[in-house]
Design a protein around this ligand. Structure first.
Ligand code: PEP
Ligand code: MN
Length: 339
């Protein structure tokens, strides 16, 4: 349920209500809007508790939450959330672009990519140090060595780092380097991993599972938020369909649906969404036209030499042209990509 506070309720009054909710055994999640504060209370409710809460000073009303994702849903918070990652805001007027290679392969490869994407106007740098590969014989990533290279690139370029964590036991290590955790499609329902990143305050980019419904995806976000971390950004990266011409089917209607159902920002990944570099720019433009709050794009200085996802990776000069044309579309819908 949501406890809606009266406009202008003081900190002291809000604290009293929170204390009361905790005494009643509720888990408390505070949301401060521009107009008023609402408190999400998750737990066993009885008519008696509700009556007493309604009579508590500062409480305007108590509203049940009907959506299954209590904290990720619009019923809990009707305004769009803005989530900041290393000074970059998702969910505002700017549409930030996260760019970089699929995997960190070497210091030279990553630093070169970082410089080039920064020049082209990227807001954050991506690169996997732990790769969830379909085959156990494929390149699995450089692990902590890769994280150190990412840290060096951040040091040099100032770009915040987005990198995947695949194992709950690595959350602490990855959290020391990452400005945003990526939870990959294959781990969207790895509930112990979701809970583990939920115990931190590091923003989380939650990719949609290979065959996940929007409901399942939002329930996965709920795991993270209910564990205590409200900083979740969703990422549509294509889903499995009967189509084989593209690697996945990029579901842009999910952007619109998520905005209808949830307050969380949603980013689109046209690289994994199509699997073909030639399709990336057009789908990036379409994503921004549909209201995406950000993009994540794979860029490699020499895609033909990439250890993973070369066929969908843009060369830096193609990425630069993509940024310019995506900016034009963004401006047509009242947003922007390039400052
Ligand atoms: C990736 O971003 O390189 C990746 C593995 O993505 P996904 O989890 O969407 O397949
Ligand atoms: Mn990839």
């Amino acid at each position: 349920m949501i406890v809606v506070m009266e406009p202008g309720a003081s900190e002291e009054v809000i604290d009293q209500v929170i204390r009361r909710l905790r005494e009643f055994g509720f888990d408390v999640h505070l949301s401060r809007g521009v107009e008023r504060t609402v408190i999400g209370a998750i737990g066993e409710k009885t008519a008696e508790k509700i009556q007493q809460l309604e009579a508590t000073p500062g409480v305007e009303k108590i509203v049940p939450i009907l959506q299954p994702y209590k904290l990720a849903g619009k019923e809990f918070k009707s305004e769009r959330s803005q989530i900041e990652v290393n000074g970059v805001v998702f969910g505002g007027t700017r549409v930030p672009v996260i760019a970089g290679p699929c995997a960190v392969e070497s210091r030279e490869q990553l630093l070169e990519t970082a410089r080039r994407v920064k020049e082209a106007g990227a807001a954050l740098l991506r690169g996997g140090a732990y790769k969830p590969r379909t085959s156990p014989y494929s390149f699995q990533g450089l692990a902590e060595e890769g994280l150190k290279i990412l840290a060096e690139a951040r040091e040099e370029t100032g770009l915040g780092i987005v990198t995947e964590v695949v194992n709950p036991r690595d959350v602490e290590t990855v959290g020391r380097y990452a400005d945003m955790f990526q939870i990959g499609a294959r781990n969207m329902q790895n509930f112990s991993l979701l809970t583990e990143v939920g115990k931190t305050r590091v923003p989380v980019l939650l990719k949609r599972g290979l065959s996940a419904t929007i409901n399942e995806w939002l329930m996965a976000a709920e795991y993270i938020i209910s564990a205590g971390n409200p900083n979740v950004i969703l990422c549509e990266r294509g889903i499995r369909t009967f189509e084989t011409e593209t690697r996945n089917t990029l579901d842009l209607s999910a952007v619109v649906a998520v905005h209808e159902l949830s307050h969380l920002p949603v980013v689109v990944d046209p690289s994994h969404g199509t699997g073909k570099w030639k399709y990336v720019t057009d789908m990036a433009k379409a994503a921004v036209a549909a209201g995406a709050d950000g993009l994540i794009v794979e860029v490699h200085p020499r895609p033909e030499e990439a250890l993973s996802d070369g066929p969908q990776s843009l060369r830096p000069e193609v990425f630069q042209r993509m940024m310019e044309s995506v900016d034009t579309v963004a401006r047509a819908v009242g947003r922007y990509v390039l400052g």
